[in-house]
Design a protein around this ligand. Structure first.
Ligand code: ATP
Length: 214
């Protein structure tokens, strides 16, 4: 039997318990051997001032330390430029066994935007896609995705077969937390305790991150 590996990309600016709780729930539900959080590169002008990609990576590393099966994968930050998901999948596949199963986690909103992704029709050659449902996201799938959904949706998320190729919908306990909210609170000098893991909180304070410039 191949390994079951989940992939969860994001800017994680900073990582927070909404990300982490969701990751733990999906990992348990699917019995993942690993769930890799993959911080994405951003063009330099889109980085949060005073917070580098290396610091975002360090915060994710602290957040998942000792929390198996969560792990960090830094390949997108090692590249010179923001990377396409298809390239990340291709790069991962060169390191895995052919029967290892890959599960790409995407939020409903991101899933609806799939047709704008680079080489999007090839994504399912490399992974399954797990679409994370939220109560606020009950809109219809765009026309361009209807055929794909009809052809590739699995009735039961647990029944996804093989290393790649199917789509399933997954429910998650909603936690109304965003990195934007956390940056705002910190910018106003307010507490973000219990919105991020304690180790991340300590890191933010030690490096004076997300503070409004004086
Ligand atoms: P920002 O507020 O800066 O846009 P964010 O909190 O939405 O950030 P991202 O790093 O952009 O975080 O998100 C990475 C992934 O995590 C996305 O797929 C997003 O849908 C998901 N995510 C973000 N917040 C939550 C949450 N509270 N619960 C579950 N999933 C979340």
């Amino acid at each position: 039997m191949g390994k079951r590996i989940g992939l969860f990309g994001g800017t994680f600016d900073p990582v927070h318990i909404g990300h982490l709780r969701g990751a733990v729930e999906v990992a348990e539900q699917f019995g993942f051997d690993e769930l890799r959080l993959i911080p994405s590169a951003r063009p330099p002008h889109r980085e949060t001032p005073q917070v580098s990609a290396a610091q975002r990576l360090e915060m994710v590393t602290l957040a998942v330390a000792g929390v198996a099966p969560l792990a960090v994968d830094d390949r997108e930050l090692k590249r010179e430029r923001p990377s396409w998901t298809i390239e990340t999948l291709e790069s991962l596949r060169t390191e895995l066994q052919p029967d290892d199963q890959l599960f790409l986690l995407v939020g409903w909103d991101a899933f609806c935007g799939l047709p704008s992704w680079h080489r999007w029709s090839e994504l399912l050659d490399h992974c399954h896609i797990l679409v994370l449902q939220r109560p606020d996201a009950d809109s219809e799938a765009p026309e361009t995705l209807r055929d794909l959904l009809a052809a590739r949706s699995a009735a039961e998320p647990q029944s996804l077969q093989g290393p790649a190729g199917q789509i399933a919908f997954v429910w998650q306990t909603p936690l109304a937390i965003s990195a934007t909210q956390i940056r705002q609170l910190l910018g106003e000098g307010r507490s973000v305790r219990f919105l991020v893991p304690d180790a991340v909180l300590a890191y933010i304070h030690a490096h004076d991150l997300y503070r409004a410039p004086n």
